[in-house]
Design a protein around this ligand. Structure first.
Ligand code: MGD
Ligand code: MGD
Ligand code: MO
Length: 785
């Protein structure tokens, strides 16, 4: 099928069989246009209307990622030096509209509904009620939330924390929207309370990147900036759906494609936005309804097959290099880079020579000739960027996959050179910055020493719990207080019913949030909802508008000022809430918490004193576009144990829970990935469509390969139930999904998150990173009753 003509994802026969369902439930139809373009413009209008965004708030859309505006809360893709042209992005607008909504959830709303009633609503309905306006406390006598004064809410938190036998009985979650200032103050408060229990969204996201890269290149961050995209001749995009999740990345890819760069998408699905893209910023493309082809090659590994595929590419490179050397021709590996900058190459290359092609092909699910083509593309590239997202990081072998990708890039010196490098594409807009400023359950000794010195206290040394360990600890009665700075812990996490039990076992749960979500309804004995300002809103302290800073996926740090009137006069900033909790728990003897709230520049001074790389912080963020936080590996400085970039050996694991489940169930055993639709922001559901994949009006769909559907004796359009196969005796089940034929490899299934989180076993995590394996869940499917 020609990439220029679009691609029907569902056949006509399925559509017929779906007519009935369609009337009631929605429909599946092929999406035949390029990504973005007028379709995206229309969606923007619909969203503004639906959210009842007031006229004065429209203007904020145009201030998104502008020199004097706010950092878009949509994703962590960097901006072109906060460019002067408005960077249009449909999903950025949705994120802003969701925050700028005219709807409100006030005390009257909570008076009208018991928590049990609200539990019956979908996540979509909960989100649509609007912005929270006042702090609320749970009243078990009425099963309702009622209004509480801020001071009383803080006092309640202080009492609970002081009553703990051990500070490690509290866990402090962070979602990646929190600014550097809020996150830094939060970690200071928590470490002064005495624990490193910092579960965060990163644990479920890019943790294999953050834990894997230090072992190879020394730093758990990407090595490229946007400038490198202008010089790359080859881009390998692993497990990412940028048209939905990082739309502004498409503009960059379009420019690369127009320059003639080779772009390869490595993904079990041929994602629409990686095929063709109409740039809303390009008037001619918009007027002529034309588009730019993005990827010139699609490689479709099976779920979790990337590690074997990348190892196969590395093996092929060694074979080609060995042959070139034997023939006296030029080497194909970068001998100079390897000699000067790395260790472990010979051992690594020997392991590759010994690796079995049969295992590589079987475990990757990629045919030999396809792998060869990809190897040729890689070898021809003079400046290669490898980007990756959740398709690479949410598997058991993800840390090994990230390290193998780093190995592959190091083999040809594709790190720390113009136009080349590693580019993990992060999710939440400040998830990278939060880790930089101390949201880290496994802090280094150096970090703690310096923090302790800067604030004259002895920080706790014992490493804390990550997300999965926190849920475990709650279930074992070891964590009794949960505080969440943003996010939706109850359903972003795996094993939903177990997680619900865990949260409900707590003495206190606190959610610092902007909008109603499931985590408010699944709560501890005492529970607080603390509503906060969003990043789009003006944050006045002592009459002065305060800015906050964030670090994007390419380590650019810049300041962000809100422009909208706050959703309610009774909101506090995240910083004020953190300071309020800290003051009520610890008092102001050691730290003048209130003083930090008065002027956020003081927090930046404190960050400068405590953390490397932030010299002249306030001055450098005052410059439009901010500054680049040094990433040593980008400069070819290697902060590893050996002082060099390290080649790391990993074998192909053929005895995983999936292998064992397949041994038991044969070909009926399927592997399920849980992914995002176009109309959601993580657990926030904006709408029921997944336009580019041709799904409209519903979310309970299950994508499957036609031959698998036949093999299982099922038919497209049928309703099916999904059951996990795991080694414990917990029944994990998700019911009534519409079976949809899709271009996906055999043995693989796809469905949306978070509806399917109940299927992810708590014990199923990435080796060495603890990330739930949200994209490789062993399951069986059967017709619904
Ligand atoms: N609009 C919007 N923007 C967002 C978000 C959102 O929900 N909505 N979420 C934000 C967050 S927190 C994050 S982390 C990012 C997430 O952005 P992405 O990383 O794009 O995340 P997903 O949509 O979960 O899935 C990514 C892709 O991985 C592919 N995939 C699945 N399994 C595999 C595999 O085994 N191998 C390979 N090679 N590919 C695989 C899927 O087909 C899909 O195309 O986006 C951020 N931006
Ligand atoms: N099965 C499965 N599970 C997954 C994933 C997957 O692909 N599959 N992806 C994982 C990933 S990558 C991530 S990052 C996590 C996301 O996990 P979280 O970050 O916990 O979840 P979100 O849905 O982003 O959080 C949304 C809530 O944050 C609050 N909020 C929004 N803006 C603000 C703000 O400015 N301040 C504050 N304080 N609160 C705010 C709102 O109340 C909203 O309801 O989910 C993970 N879970
Ligand atoms: Mo994420």
């Amino acid at each position: 099928m020609s990439p220029g003509r679009g691609r029907a994802y569902a056949t006509a026969s399925i559509q017929e069989s779906l007519v009935e369902t369609q009337k009631k439930e929605g429909f599946i139809a092929p999406y035949t246009h390029a990504a973005a373009g007028w379709g995206a413009v229309k969606q923007v209008a619909i969203n503004l209307f639906r959210e009842k965004v007031s006229g004065s708030n429209y203007k904020t859309l145009f201030a998104q990622n502008q020199p004097d505006g706010f950092d878009c809360p949509g994703c962590a893709w960097p901006d072109r030096a906060h460019a002067s042209t408005f960077e249009f992005c449909e999903n950025g607008v949705k994120a802003v509209a969701a925050e700028a909504t005219g709807k409100r959830v006030g005390p009257e709303f909570f008076a009208r509904h018991t928590v049990a009633e609200l539990m019956a609503q979908s996540d979509y309905e909960l989100e649509r009620h609007g912005r929270l306006t006042d702090p609320m406390v749970y009243d078990s006598a009425t099963d309702r939330y009622r209004k509480i004064e801020w001071a009383d809410a803080f006092a309640l938190i202080g009492r609970h924390l002081q009553a703990l036998d051990d500070p490690n009985e509290a866990a402090f979650y962070t979602s990646g929207r929190a600014s550097n200032e809020a996150a830094f103050l939060y970690q200071l408060f928590v470490r002064m309370v005495g624990t490193n229990n910092f579960p965060d969204c990163s644990n479920m996201c890019h943790e294999p990147t953050s834990r894997g890269l230090p072992g190879t290149v020394g730093i758990g961050k990407g090595t490229v900036t946007l400038d490198d995209f202008e010089h790359a001749d080859t881009l390998l995009i692993f497990g990412q759906n940028p048209a939905t999740n990082h739309p502004r990345m498409l503009g960059e890819l379009r420019a690369c494609a127009k320059r003639g760069a080779t772009i390869v998408s490595i993904n079990p699905l041929r994602e629409r936005g990686l095929e063709r893209f109409t740039d809303p910023q390009a008037p001619l493309e918009m007027l002529t309804n034309s588009s730019t082809s993005i990827s010139s090659m699609f490689v479709q590994p099976k779920l979790g097959g990337d590690f074997a595929l990348i190892k196969g590419l590395a093996k092929r490179l060694v074979e080609l290099d060995d042959a070139a050397r034997a023939a006296g021709q030029g080497r194909l590996v970068d001998v100079a880079f390897i000699a000067e900058h790395t260790t472990g190459y010979d051992t690594f290359a020997d392991d590759l020579r010994r690796e079995s092609w049969d295992d590589i092909l079987a475990e990757s699910g990629v045919a030999r000739d396809r792998l060869e083509q990809l190897a040729q593309v890689y070898v021809k590239g003079k400046a290669v960027i490898a980007t990756w997202g959740m398709g690479l990081t949410q598997h058991k072998n993800s840390l090994a996959a990230v390290q193998m990708l780093s190995n592959l890039m190091m083999m040809r010196g594709n790190i720390g050179r113009l136009g080349a490098g590693l580019c993990p594409v992060r999710g939440h807009s400040n998830v990278q910055g939060d880790r930089t400023v101390g949201i880290e359950e496994k802090p280094s000794k150096a970090f703690l020493d310096r923090l302790g010195k800067a604030f004259d206290f002895e920080p706790p040394r014992r490493h804390g719990y990550d997300v999965v360990e926190t849920i475990r600890a709650m279930l074992e009665g070891k964590v009794k207080v949960f505080i969440g700075l943003g996010g939706n812990f109850a359903i972003a996490t795996p094993d939903t019913p177990l997680t619900f039990d865990a949260l409900r076992s707590c003495a206190l749960t606190v959610q610092v949030t902007t909008k109603l979500n499931r985590s408010h309804l699944v709560h501890g004995k005492d529970a607080l909802i603390l509503p906060t300002l969003g990043r789009t809103e003006i944050d006045l302290q002592q009459g002065v508008a305060q800015g906050v800073t964030v670090e994007d996926s390419m380590s650019m740090v810049h300041i962000s000022y809100g422009l909208n009137k706050p959703a309610s006069p009774n909101l506090l900033s995240e910083i004020a809430i953190v300071a309020g909790m800290a003051d009520a728990t610890l008092g102001s003897g050691k730290v003048d918490w209130k003083g930090y709230v008065d002027d956020y520049a003081r927090i930046r001074d404190a960050i400068e004193r405590s953390i490397d790389g932030f010299h002249d912080y306030n001055a450098r963020v005052a410059v439009p576009g901010g500054f680049h936080l040094k990433v040593a590996s980008r400069e070819r400085e290697w902060v590893t144990a050996s002082g060099k970039a390290q080649f790391v050996v990993h074998g192909i694991d053929k005895d995983t829970p999936i292998h064992r489940a397949r041994a038991r169930h044969g070909a009926r055993l399927m592997v399920l990935m849980t992914t995002r639709s176009h109309d959601q922001y993580n657990t926030t559901i904006y709408g029921m469509d997944d336009r580019y994949r041709g799904v409209f009006g519903m979310r309970r769909v299950l994508f499957a390969n036609r031959q698998d559907i036949e093999m299982l004796g099922l038919a497209p359009g049928q309703w099916v139930d999904i059951t996990s196969v795991w080694s414990d005796d917990v029944q994990r089940r998700a019911e009534r999904f519409l079976l949809v034929e899709y271009d996906i490899p055999r043995g693989c299934l796809g469905a949306y998150y978070p509806e399917t989180n109940a299927l992810v076993p708590l014990g199923s995590v990435a080796d060495g990173a603890g990330t739930p394996t949200s994209k490789s869940i062993p399951v069986l499917i059967s017709a619904s009753a």
